[in-house]
Design a protein around this ligand. Sequence first.
Ligand code: COA
Length: 175
Amino acid sequence: MIERLRFPVNDADLAALAELLWDAVDSGASISFVEPFSRADAAHYWEKWIAQVEADPRRAILVARDELGITGSVQLHPAWAPNQPHRADVAKLLVHRRARKQGVGAALMLAVETAARDAGLSLLTLDTKVGDHAERLYERLGWTRAGVIPNFAQNPDRSYCDTVYFWKWIERRQD
Ligand SMILES: CC(C)(COP(=O)(O)OP(=O)(O)OC[C@H]1O[C@@H](n2cnc3c(N)ncnc32)[C@H](O)[C@@H]1OP(=O)(O)O)[C@@H](O)C(=O)NCCC(=O)NCCS
């Protein structure tokens, strides 16, 4: 099941989100953070972001759930610039290792597209590490590669990695 994270976020969901982010960093994902990275660091990140998303109804955090709780998440951040009212960044697609390779990542990406369409957006952009599962996932879902920036970011072990930017036009919902 995929749904929009509801506010205020309860303690169980906050703990699950922290575990999800910690698990992704522990799995070697290049998603902003480097080791050492604790579950408390992950909880701090979520507390900060949840407050920002809660304060801006244009932003959204979508979560996937199974019987144990949250297994994945993705975020939609509409551009702040007045001359980009049609664009949003898709950020931090995360699926817990216990739930990977079952289509949860693809389902979250399709759900965030639907949320963007419903919000009247037509251009989505994102970036990811070259060579990761996510790169193949985005290509499979019809995203277009804009290009690669070498040494753009670091892996959790602080080695450098290349980043690929993607974009996707989506049709606005016709009311
Ligand atoms: C990238 C990520 C979100 C993908 O999540 P996921 O739920 O495993 O994604 P999917 O299941 O939709 O697809 C992943 C793979 O599983 C395969 N798969 C999907 N359903 C499957 C099934 N039922 N049986 C077997 N394989 C399956 C897909 O074909 C895909 O294969 P590929 O990597 O060889 O192309 C996950 O690996 C992750 O969280 N990584 C760490 C964080 C990260 O790097 N995020 C990207 C930041 S931009």
